[in-house]
Design a protein around this ligand. Structure first.
Ligand SMILES: C[S@@+](CC[C@H](N)C(=O)[O-])C[C@H]1O[C@@H](n2cnc3c(N)ncnc32)[C@H](O)[C@@H]1O
Length: 259
């Protein structure tokens, strides 16, 4: 089977995906616990397998000790380079692309993979992956900056995209507008007037400015107030304040679907 996709830059970093991993453990944990086979694919792990190693450790500690993570890379050189980090059966590495090398995982994390594709290729890539998930399976596809301080991701199932999450390290966040540079490929070119994602980022930015009085109590308080204000203005914010405190905001996909 020829792997579907193209080799792109392999940039990665230790702990870069900590935010999304913690969110996955909490939000997708029940699905993974219920899965007949706790198989997780880390698609496109990059030049070193460090984020796949971390994903396995986080899920094994926080969700299921018997989780099996398979790191798939389209670049055979990176597959060979990752082998010393393998720890079968819990962590293995193989060559594969959007076709998932014939696997039927309960969960796929694909981070900083679609960023280097064209916007027009996203829908096909999403479909190719979600068609191959186990029943009830989930795909988390997103983007972050090099150190993982700013990021965003889409949660999808077999029916398509369900939610968008924006996440920031609050102690280094100057303004929510910074998140616009780290939107998933499906949205990054849509931060323009007339698009819902643009409206959301503007609403967050306005609320953040209006909440400046909370800054002396710390950025967490300011972000909580920002999320509350955006919610009060009618944005269908999901999750509990416990997640908001992490610097996150999740909305249903229809709230920001590109027009
Ligand atoms: C920027 S690195 C991301 C590494 C890691 N996921 C992270 O976020 O730090 C993107 C990697 O995805 C790989 N890649 C691109 N398209 C792919 C595909 N269709 N299937 C598997 N890997 C792919 C590239 O070869 C590259 O190594």
């Amino acid at each position: 089977m020829k792997p579907l996709g193209v080799v792109t830059r392999g940039t990665t970093n230790p702990n870069r995906l900590r935010r999304v991993d913690n969110w996955i453990a909490e939000t997708c944990g029940d699905a993974l616990r219920a899965a007949a086979d706790p198989l997780v694919v880390d698609l496109g792990y990059g030049a070193t397998p460090v984020t796949a190693v971390e994903l396995r450790a986080r899920l094994a500690a926080g969700v299921r000790a018997d989780v099996r993570v398979v790191g798939l890379e389209i670049d055979p050189v990176r597959v060979a380079a990752a082998q010393p980090a393998a720890d079968p059966p819990g962590l293995t590495f193989a060559r594969g692309g959007f076709e998932l090398a014939g696997l039927r995982p309960a969960l796929v994390r694909a981070f900083n993979v679609l960023r280097q594709y064209d916007e027009g290729e996203v829908a096909d890539a999403w479909h190719t992956v979600t068609d191959r998930l186990a029943p009830g399976g989930l795909l988390v596809e997103g983007t972050c900056d090099e150190l993982g301080r700013l990021g965003s991701w889409v949660l999808l199932d077999a029916d398509g995209p369900r939610t968008l999450t924006l996440a920031a390290k609050l102690t280094t966040l100057t303004s929510p507008a910074e998140l616009a540079e780290r939107l998933p490929k499906a949205l990054i070119h849509r931060n323009v007037p007339g698009e819902r994602i643009h409206d959301l980022i503007r609403a967050l930015d306005d609320a953040w400015r209006a909440a400046a009085g909370y800054a002396p109590f710390g950025p967490r308080h300011r972000w909580l107030e920002t999320v509350r204000a955006v919610r009060a203005a009618g944005w269908p914010v999901l999750d509990r304040p416990r997640r908001w405190r992490q610097g996150e905001l999740t909305v249903p996909w229809p709230a920001i679907t590109p027009r």
